[in-house]
Ligand binder design. Structure first.
Ligand code: SF4
Ligand code: SF4
Length: 464
């Protein structure tokens, strides 16, 4: 194992105020289980899980409450024991609505409850088969914890003909304010190492690259210690501090110099699998301890919270409980963001609950947010220079503003990773990222409608 500096720098990128000092020195604290949890069936990318409990059911910690519902889907287990009060539609941080199990964790366990039969047993990863390890990751409900939430058992099982040459651990955490992954690497480097051993067994004999931004020297030191005697081709790659260094495609380029082509190409098409360090630690716990993914570390920070913290909390914890654990609000927050300031979502209230992908919750005063209205483009080109995907962001924004989605598509808007670097750079405060998002949603809806129309026509032909 050796530590090297990144040899590749991607085009574009920006340097926002990182503000990580607010929570950087705060070790992970465990939140006492809240009295009520809101456990969404949609905590991942893909189809929401199918809820299999009903009001009045008593569930135990780790019990399956939502079944995986398709190839791209993930099961959901109860993050704590409790009584199902209701199953109702609840909004998520990104605005979508999905069924959620409302759990009363203060309810007494019924005396006639049958002994549990659902617990996962620890597995010895050295002797377990590849199939058993993949099955365990699936039944533990693990998805990517860096934000996208892609089902991990699917990602670790490349299609025939595709081989993983590089397993890349994403420890960049380039979003401002967030320190959750940083503290995981400092405090749980040993679990991340076990996770790597397990993933190498699943993926075959691949090289490992651990990508960490240079602003986390203590995390680099902790990982160097934990991986010191690991066998094989393993390197810690120290990345320059540059947003969006944590983007999957840019991390692949920064660590191994490979370029992922335009969608639908995936990292595996260039021989790479990228996993967030939190996901890797969750894999170790699921296999070695039989512990499903029930909780995660979330950074609660910003200048409008009393005491910023890194909190280990059950998935399903209401934001209000996290803020209360931090001593409450400081003044009046002007904006609450789920995630980081660059790619996170502004949320209307603190009644939304965490999921497996909630990396941060930010409470910002009016001094910390833009308060200028959008103006006409002055053709300065800053957004184009900042775009790490080489897009003409200014022209895309103008096309969407004129409702010309076809022109935006021709300008390759579908390759936009919604990183926010363009909006951040714009002196006219134009919401360029929102324009890109709107165009992408519109194109996706059109493609889905075309597919549905083609399927209906095929069914009609079949019927005749
Ligand atoms: S949000 Fe899209 S267009 Fe804007 S900088 Fe990022 S990738 Fe480029
Ligand atoms: S940064 Fe803003 S003003 Fe400058 S070219 Fe881009 S959209 Fe126009």
């Amino acid at each position: 194992m050796r530590t090297v500096k990144s040899a590749f720098k991607f085009k574009g990128g920006v340097h926002p105020d990182y503000n990580k000092e607010l929570a950087r020195a705060k070790p992970i604290e465990k939140l006492p289980c809240p009295a009520e949890l809101v456990v969404s069936m949609s905590q991942h990318l893909g189809a929401p899980a199918k809820c299999i409990v009903k009001p009045g059911d008593y569930v135990e910690r780790g019990q399956l409450i939502g079944e995986k519902n398709g190839f791209i889907s993930v099961c959901v287990r109860a993050p704590a024991a409790g009584l199902v009060k209701s199953v109702e539609a609840r909004s998520g941080a990104a605005g979508g609505v999905a069924p959620a199990v409302i759990l009363d964790t203060t309810a007494e366990k019924p005396s006639d409850l049958q002994p549990s039969t659902f617990n996962l047993q620890p597995l010895d990863w050295r002797t377990a088969s590849r199939e058993d390890l993949l099955k365990r990751i699936e039944e533990a409900g693990i998805c990517g914890m860096g934000g996208a939430g892609f089902p991990t058992s699917v990602k670790l099982n490349p299609p025939p003909g595709k081989r993983c040459e590089y397993l890349i651990l994403n420890g960049a955490e380039c979003e401002p304010y967030l320190c959750a992954d940083h503290h995981l690497m400092v405090e749980r480097a040993d679990r991340i190492r076990i996770g790597v051993e397990i993933m190498r067994k699943i993926l075959g004999d691949c090289a490992v690259r651990i990508a960490i931004e240079a602003n986390k020297p203590d995390a680099i030191a902790a990982m160097e210690k934990a991986f010191a005697d690991i066998s094989g081709n393993v390197e810690i790659v120290v990345l320059p501090v540059l947003y969006p260094q944590g983007s999957e495609k840019h991390q692949i380029y920064a660590t191994v110099g490979r370029i992922v082509p335009e969608p639908p190409a995936l990292p595996i098409d260039v021989g790479c699998v990228v996993e967030n360090v939190g996901t890797v630690a969750a894999i170790a716990d699921a296999v070695e301890k039989g512990e499903p993914l029930l909780e995660r570390v979330t950074t609660v920070s910003g200048d409008a919270v009393q005491e910023p913290k890194n909190i280990l909390a059950p998935c399903g914890t209401k934001y209000s409980d996290l803020v209360a654990f931090c001593g409450g609000e400081k003044g009046v927050p002007a904006k609450v963001i789920s995630g980081g300031t660059m790619m996170g979502f502004a949320v209307p209230n603190l009644e939304i609950a965490t999921t497996k992908t909630t990396s941060g919750l930010l409470l910002l005063s009016k001094n910390r947010i833009f308060q200028y209205s959008s103006q006409a483009c002055i053709n300065c080109g800053r957004c184009v220079r900042a775009c790490p995907m080489n897009l003409n962001a200014a022209e895309i924004a103008k096309a969407v503003e004129a409702d010309d989605i076809k022109a935006a598509e021709d300008l390759h808007v579908m390759t936009c990773i919604e990183c926010g670097a363009c909006s951040f750079s714009c002196p006219a405060y134009r919401p360029i990222t929102q324009f890109c998002r709107r165009a992408k949603n519109s194109i996706r809806a059109r493609i889905a409608a075309e597919k549905a129309k083609a399927a209906a026509a095929a069914a009609e032909r079949e019927r005749k």
